[in-house]
Design a protein around this ligand. Structure first.
Ligand code: UDP
Ligand code: MG
Length: 317
């Protein structure tokens, strides 16, 4: 295969990143010029920004024909925006990255080098997350631990969406038809020959994180429900253990009543038992709800995102 004909697509979701558009461009472009034999396209997805992100992205397209902009009709969330970008990418390899320069563009030439050597996926692993708040580091670590214990799919720890994927991997990814897309999991699920590079995660170039604690919690639930049904099945066993324990306790009470007669106190233990079992049942119904809600949303077959407009230098549509 002739390397000189290869194109790499860089896919970047933007949500209210107006102040980062220029910075992103300035950090990225000099690097791209230093990768010989590769043509780049930069697919920017505007995920329903309410600031001047779109305006700035469109201005960039006018100046540099390697840039393309996919404007979504509203904010669909990062996973959907990433899906939109990957769907529209035309390159022989695709690199998703964040707009806030937390994913260092300096790694791109190394990723491409590893790809040229035969890797189908080149993962970028954060060798340290000191730039993230402590709470986020902690909760992320818990998430990976719980997810990987529950699910057969092992998510590589400290790996985000920043990676290079060969076209075969991208096509495999596009063949997964679910509408609610936990990209990190889908990336891992498709597999392929993987090489890992380490990098230092930096602080955000400007602005604040778009993910609140509540959003992250739901993101974690999405991740776990997407790849394991263990939380659904566990209740059978909890119920069995409870039934066995209460059977034994019932036998004990009967015996004791026969021997020492009826014993009136026991209000507190009764109440505790009722409340405890009641709460367990509510939790299990909640877990059912998480899954049923997702089944319900999935059966609607709504598209993951809607494109309002595409801005390409040559073909505007
Ligand atoms: N993002 C998006 N849609 C959203 C939220 C975020 O496209 O609804 C983009 C955001 O513009 C950025 C990337 O996703 O390019 C990562 O977001 P952020 O930096 O806020 O996440 P963090 O690094 O804090 O996990
Ligand atoms: Mg960020």
């Amino acid at each position: 295969m002739n390397d000189s004909t290869k194109t790499v697509s860089i896919v970047v979701p933007f949500f209210n990143e107006g102040e980062n558009v220029q910075r992103f461009r300035e950090a990225l472009l000099p690097l791209l010029d230093n990768v010989p034999g590769i043509a780049f396209e930069i697919v920017c997805v505007d995920d329903g920004s309410s600031d001047n992100t779109l305006e700035r992205l469109v201005a960039t397209v006018r100046q540099d024909s390697r840039f393309r902009v996919i404007e979504l009709s509203r904010n669909f969330g990062k996973e959907a925006a990433l899906t939109a970008g990957i769907d529209h990418a035309r390159g022989d390899a695709v690199i998703p990255m964040d707009a806030d320069l937390q994913d260092p563009p300096e790694l791109i030439p190394d990723m491409i080098a590893a790809w040229r050597k035969g890797a189908e996926v080149v993962l970028a692993r954060r060798s340290d997350r000191r730039a993230d708040p402590v709470l986020k580091q902690r909760t992320a670590a818990w998430f990976y631990r719980i997810h990987n214990r529950l699910s057969n799919l092992k998510l590589p720890e400290n790996v985000g969406d920043f990676r290079l994927m060969d076209r075969v991997v991208v096509d495999a990814l596009k063949s997964l038809t679910e509408q609610q897309r936990f990209m990190k999991g889908l990336f891992a699920w498709v597999g392929f020959k993987t090489v890992t590079l380490d990098y230092q995660r930096r602080a955000r170039a400007g602005g604040g994180s778009k993910f609140s604690g509540w959003k992250l919690w739901n993101f974690a639930l999405e991740g776990i429900t997407s790849f394991t049904t263990l939380p659904l099945k566990i209740w059978t066993y909890i119920g069995l253990i409870g039934a066995l324990a209460s059977g034994a306790y019932a036998a004990y009470i009967v015996m004791r009543t026969l021997v020492v007669g009826i014993d009136v106190p026991g209000y507190a233990s009764l109440l505790v038992a009722v409340l405890f079992i009641g709460s367990l049942q509510l939790i299990s119904i909640g877990v059912l709800g998480e899954y049923i809600g997702r089944i319900y949303m999935e059966t609607k077959r709504r598209p993951t995102y809607i494109v309002r407009h595409r801005f390409d230098r040559d073909e505007e549509s």
